[in-house]
Design a protein around this ligand. Sequence first.
Ligand code: MN
Length: 136
Amino acid sequence: MERRALVIEDDLLNRMFLCATLEGHGFRVRSLDDGELALATAREFKPHLIVTDIQLPHVSGLKVIASLRKDRDFRETPVLAVTAYVGPGEERRIRRAGADDFLPKPVSIKPLMDAVARLLGDVPAEAGASPIATQP
Ligand code: MN
C-alpha cells in the first residue's frame, strides 16, 4: 500500500533530508516550505503522516498542527513535529497543539524512522517514547 507523507519545513537542507529519508523508506512525499498551504495541501494529498517544523515563516508549526486537529479529516493523522529549540514549556506547547511526538533538530535517520514507525503503528508503542521525555 502506498503511504504518503507531507513534510513542512522551511530549512532547505533539513527539508531535503526529511524528504529523502522518507522516500528512501517507501513513502511518497510532498513538501512545503511554509505552513500557509498545509491544510489545502493535506486535503488534496491525503497524507498518512505529517512531519512539520515548528519555526516556520508566516504561520507557526503550532498553528499548522492546531488547524489540522480542528479538521475532521486530519484529527487522527499522525503528526511528528521537529524543532531546533526545545526550551522550557516547548514540549508541552507542541503536544497541546496536537502533535503526537516530536524530535529535536538536528534529526537523524534512526530516530526519525523509529518515531515514524511508532506513529504509524509499525512497532508497539513504548511508554515515554519521546527522546525528550527520557532526558534528565
Ligand atoms: Mn524552521
